[in-house]
Each structure stands twice: as C-alpha cells, then as structure tokens.
Design a protein around this ligand. Structure first.
Ligand code: PGA
Length: 265
C-alpha cells in the first residue's frame, strides 16, 4: 500500500486529480470507478477545470459508481446519480451514456441490480482505477462493518451511524432510504488499481485501521491490504493516528529518489 501524506485537503485533491489525468493520458478509454460524498468534491472540481482547459478528456471514458440508494430516481436531487451529474458529469466532456450507477428506481427490484451491474463491469473490461473515500466506521462504498470481504454488488442495509451522518443531505428524514445497492468488497478488489482519499480528523481512526490494523470485516477497508496496487492519499489530520507515519514519508522519499535516478529507463 502506498501511503502519501499531504499538508492539507487541497493538496490531496490536487494529487488525486493529477493521478486521474495521468491514467487518462496513458489510456484515454479507461474505466473509472467513482465515489460520492464530501471527500472527492474538490478533486472533481479540479478535473472539471482541467477538462475545460483541455488538460484532460473524458470523451472515451466509462464510469461505474460505487453505490446508490434504493428507491431514488435518477432525477431525485438526493440520489448519487444527481450528485454525479451536478458535481462532475455536467462539467466534463463525458458521454453520459457511458456513466453507470447501481440504480434501483422507485418500484424496481433491488435484488436484481447487483448481478446486472457486475455483468456490466465485466463487459466494459473491468475497472482500471477505483476511486474511494472511507467512512468513519471503515466502510468502503456502502460495505458496512461485518460485510463479507468476498462480497459482490448487492443490497446493503445501512448502519445507524451512516444514516445519521448522511441524514444531513436529506431535507426530510422520512425520505432517506435505509438500504442501498453497493459494489461489494470483492468487486472493489477486482479493480486494477485503487485510489483512496481521506481528509480530516474524523477519518484518522479508520485510516489507521486501513493501513495498520488487522484485516477484519469490522473495518471493511482493511480488505484493501490484500490488493497489490492501492494508493492512499491523506491529509495530516487523517494521518494523525498512524503509528508508522515517519516510515511512509521515508518510503516516499526513496521512491522519489529512484524515480529521479532511473526515470525514462
Ligand atoms: P465522505 O464519505 O466523503 O462524505 O466522508 C465517505 C464515505 O462514507 O465513504
């Protein structure tokens, strides 16, 4: 796991955007796995600006979002579909027919969404880079604590703490869905590479577990320790409980030194 600590959240967002630009530079038709929530917002703003200035293009990109509430229509402004349009897709040159979320519109059968979504990801050739945030409880996507580490896209009942935290985005608490469809942990682990962003003190315990804790369904993000290519971008506050913080900085310096020395070989 590559752990890179930045001074502040703006630097985390800038680095995240840089890594996505680099991937699309190499592979313009990449398949991106995307996340919602507060954390990636600044990175999406940066990418929208980059696209406007011609520094990156999403014209050939396909996207798969991690999760969506059950029973919200795409037009519902509290749906993640709406979030993605508002925060990113409406501002970049992506073909919106190549954007995917595990939608279950009102009246639809949520149990049928998972297998269809998995098939769509496979048909697109798999995810090249999965962007993730992390919950305070260590969830990735909506894989709440005790999720099977081998789970696939499916319906998940949200924990009370997640409902409370996300409740702020709903005007009417009764309108907040209690269940969601989320990519599973095994689905996330299938991505070729993973880029996890976390900022703020309230993520420090989850980040410590993710990087230094034992692999456990109680902290679902710890499953990422089993993946070969995970990069964690954090600010100082989110890194504040890491026991081996000095080591991660040291690793970064050595990597930089090797890149400078052998660049182009
Ligand atoms: P946040 O959510 O970015 O809003 O903190 C992250 C998550 O719950 O995965």
């Amino acid at each position: 796991m590559d752990v890179v600590v930045f001074e502040n959240s703006a630097a985390v967002a800038a680095e995240g955007a840089k890594r996505i630009r680099a991937l699309l530079g190499e592979k313009p038709d990449a398949v991106l796995g995307l996340a919602t929530g507060r954390t990636p917002l600044s990175m999406y703003r940066q990418l929208a600006a980059d696209c406007e200035q011609g520094r990156v293009s999403f014209a050939e990109v396909t996207t798969f979002n991690l999760d969506e509430y059950v029973g919200l229509s795409a037009g519902d402004r509290q749906s993640y579909h709406h979030y993605m349009n508002r925060e990113l897709f409406d501002h970049i040159d992506i073909d919106q027919s190549n954007t995917n979320l595990p939608m279950c519109e009102p009246g639809g059968n949520p149990l049928s969404v998972g297998p269809r979504y998995e098939a769509a990801i496979r048909a697109a050739g798999g995810i090249d880079l999965q962007v993730l945030g992390i919950g305070q409880n260590g969830h990735i996507g909506f894989n709440e604590p005790t999720s099977s580490l081998n789970s696939r896209t499916r319906v998940k009942t949200l924990t009370r703490e997640t409902l409370e935290r996300n409740g702020q985005y709903f005007d009417d608490a009764d309108g907040q869905p209690l269940v969601a469809v989320t990519m599973g942990i095994a689905t996330i682990l299938d991505a070729t590479a993973v880029l996890l962003l976390a900022t703020g003190q309230d993520k420090a315990a989850a980040i410590q577990q993710l990087i230094e804790g034992p692999v456990s369904a109680m902290w679902p993000a710890t499953a990422l320790q089993l993946h070969e290519r995970v990069t964690v971008l954090v600010d100082d506050a989110a890194a504040s409980q890491l026991e081996k913080r000095d080591y991660y900085d040291w690793v970064g310096q050595q990597r930089q030194r090797l890149q400078t020395q052998f660049d182009g070989e």
